[in-house]
Design a protein around this ligand. Structure first.
Ligand SMILES: O=C(O)[C@H](O)[C@@H](O)[C@H](O)[C@H](O)COP(=O)(O)O
Length: 238
């Protein structure tokens, strides 16, 4: 298994620009053999800044946006269009500004009254219908408690290894109900990128890099596992 690679940037803005550039290069590389780039987006403030930087990057023209397949690592289980949904924030920051193929954008289901378990199962079916793609890049934010996606410390979803998606209730991070990919599905990624900014994440980053007992210690890319940090988030890495 490959070793985690750390790339540390001066501040949140430099981190966002660096991750945006890396994202564009990664997608162009994945498309270079004529294929479709399979990418997994995450939620959170840092991710939204990265998506905006991608949308604004002049290099973005190098991507054939029609040949990018977008997935999500987790979603806040809210009605369609809710501003707190990861999908809404990704559309506002990036997807509405580039010529994506709508058929290749796969948001996790919105709350239509069906229940999060039904919605999670539907997403697993959608992944299967798409041929269970291996992801070229999977982006993950990290919470101060070391959570990734919607996999929270001490929650039963950490031990769910036989299915690819799971519902989450009583999340410590609002909103309370979520959908998440499980660890086995997160790991079906060529590259896993942890994109982390801020002093409040420094303990979680340090613990994860020491293989501590935090969810962020577990996802690993098949080819590369990158920790893309600003100095504040890296400040307790020994
Ligand atoms: O739905 C979510 O909230 C995210 O998927 C979650 O895993 C997020 O990435 C981290 O909590 C970091 O969020 P921040 O970047 O806002 O700290």
């Amino acid at each position: 298994m490959n070793q985690a690679e750390l790339l540390i940037h001066a501040d949140a803005a430099e981190l966002a620009y660096a991750v945006a550039s890396r994202f564009i290069t990664r997608v162009v590389d994945a498309q270079s053999t004529g294929g479709v780039a399979q990418v997994v987006l995450t939620g959170g403030r840092v991710a939204a800044v990265v998506y905006k930087a991608v949308a604004e990057s002049p290099a973005g023209v190098e991507i054939d946006w029609q040949r990018v397949e977008f997935w999500w690592g987790d979603e806040r289980f809210l009605p369609d269009g809710d501003p707190e949904r990861n999908e809404t924030q990704a559309r506002d920051a990036l997807l509405s500004h580039v010529e994506v193929d709508p058929a290749r954008v796969h948001p996790m289901p919105a709350d239509t009254g069906q229940g999060a378990e039904v919605a999670a199962a539907a997403y697993a079916d959608e992944l299967a219908a798409a041929g269970s793609p291996k992801f070229d890049v999977l982006m993950l934010g990290v919470g101060p408690d070391g959570h990734v996606a919607s996999l929270f410390p001490g929650y039963p979803q950490l031990e769910v290894l036989d299915v690819e998606t799971v519902a989450v209730h009583d999340s410590p991070k609002p909103p309370p109900t979520r959908i998440s990919l499980t660890f086995p599905r997160l790991d079906r990624s060529r590259e896993v990128w942890f994109v982390v900014s801020g002093e409040d994440k420094a303990d979680a980053v340090a613990q994860a890099l020491k293989d501590g007992d935090v969810p962020a210690a577990r996802p690993k890319g098949r080819d590369r596992t990158l920790w893309l940090l600003d100095e504040a988030a890296a400040s307790k890495v020994s």
